[in-house]
Design a protein around this ligand. Structure first.
Ligand SMILES: Nc1ncnc2c1ncn2[C@@H]1O[C@H](COP(=O)(O)OP(=O)(O)O)[C@@H](O)[C@H]1O
Ligand SMILES: [Mg+2]
Length: 327
């Protein structure tokens, strides 16, 4: 099997074993040029391992991975030119005593770039990243966490790779900085045409992604556009919102028993979303059933299902802290 010609990233049945432990058990997904792909999964799911295969740092035990049509195991030098990598801990790649532009010089040299070329490229990227002259020339040690993250993104892009891989670029940042970082990445994706692959354990990146891979214990549990994933739920993107005067586990138990109801997601105080096939057609039967159970309700309406519902109803542990995090 080879790579599909229109795919910038193409992975077939990738397996990676560390000793006796299978970190990846048969992972397949792809991304077209200019896509913004999110790889989402809990800690230990195998996300970093996938990226390390794509950079050529980890050799697959079996299966195939291609970037820009090239087998990642074949020509290491070529792969490092095609792929840029922003590690999870940016401290590992930055010289704190030097400025962003000076860091770019060190980094770009590894790719055989000329100083002038590096300077131009770095300025262009840093400008998109919102850096002015002062920020570009200040020592990294004096920059904020969000600014350092942006410098490391610039370094990953310095040699104009086809693909930029980012390992948890938003982890550890506050909500404002997480969205700011994602917006900058979207802008780079648009301006430079770089295909982006972003790892996260946080669902909020989904809204930015053109396609999403959900990894669970070394396997892809879902792959598709955000809309595809929502459409795979019963109701195909619609659900019934049920608001009750009170709510408790006994009531929840009874709601689960309404004929046709496949999942129940919490939707705020005393409110749930019911997932069932054809909610429009089944609305009336649900009302009749609630009446026959003598269960009073404030409101029953058809609403759109969103990604947060998706994760509640899918068999996946969710934990509501800063947004919804997978545990
Ligand atoms: N070099 C390695 N040797 C042994 N086990 C590893 C190695 N790298 C990763 N693992 C294990 O593989 C699993 C997946 O790791 P990783 O890809 O880092 O997960 P994630 O990035 O999703 O948190 C984890 O259980 C991890 O401990
Ligand atoms: Mg990781």
């Amino acid at each position: 099997m080879g790579s599909h010609p229109s795919r910038e990233i193409d992975i077939h049945d990738l397996k990676v074993r560390f000793g006796k432990f299978w970190a990846l058990k048969g992972v397949s997904f792809y991304a077209h040029k200019r896509e913004f792909l999110g790889i989402i999964g809990a800690s230990g799911a195998g996300k970093t391992t996938v990226l390390r295969v794509l950079t050529g740092q980890v050799r697959p035990t079996s299966g195939e991975a291609f970037v820009g049509g090239h087998d990642v195991t074949k020509d290491h030098k070529l792969i490092s030119l095609l792929v840029g990598y922003v590690p999870q801990i940016e401290h590992l790649s930055l010289y704190f005593d030097f400025s962003a532009l000076q860091n770019a010089q060190f980094f770009g040299r590894n790719f055989g770039m000329r100083p002038r070329e590096i300077e131009e490229r770095a300025r262009n990227i840093l400008m998109i990243l919102g850096f002015d002259e002062d920020l570009m020339t200040k020592r990294v040690s004096r920059l904020s966490g969000g600014e350092r993250k942006r410098v490391s993104i610039c370094l990953g892009l310095i040699h104009d790779p086809l693909i930029l891989l980012l390992d948890e670029p938003t982890t550890g940042l506050d909500a404002h900085l997480r969205h700011e970082t994602l917006n900058y990445l979207k802008e780079l994706n648009f301006e430079l045409g770089t295909t982006m692959v972003i790892i996260s354990h946080d669902l909020e990146i989904v809204d930015y992604c053109s396609r999403v891979v959900l990894l669970e214990h070394g396997l892809v549990s879902q792959f598709g556009t955000p809309q595809d994933l929502i459409s795979s739920l019963p109701g195909h993107g619609e659900s019934l919102r049920l608001e009750l005067p009170t709510f408790n586990t006994a009531i929840e138990e009874r709601i689960h028993q309404i004929p046709g109801v496949k999942y129940v997601a919490s939707a705020g105080r005393n409110t749930v979303k019911l997932f069932l096939d054809n909610p429009r057609k089944n609305m009336l039967p649900v009302i009749r059933h609630l009446n026959s159970m003598k269960m009073p309700f404030e409101e029953l309406s058809i609403v759109e299902a969103d990604f947060f519902d998706y994760f509640q109803v899918k068999p996946w542990k969710t934990d509501i802290k800063s947004g919804v995090e997978l545990t």
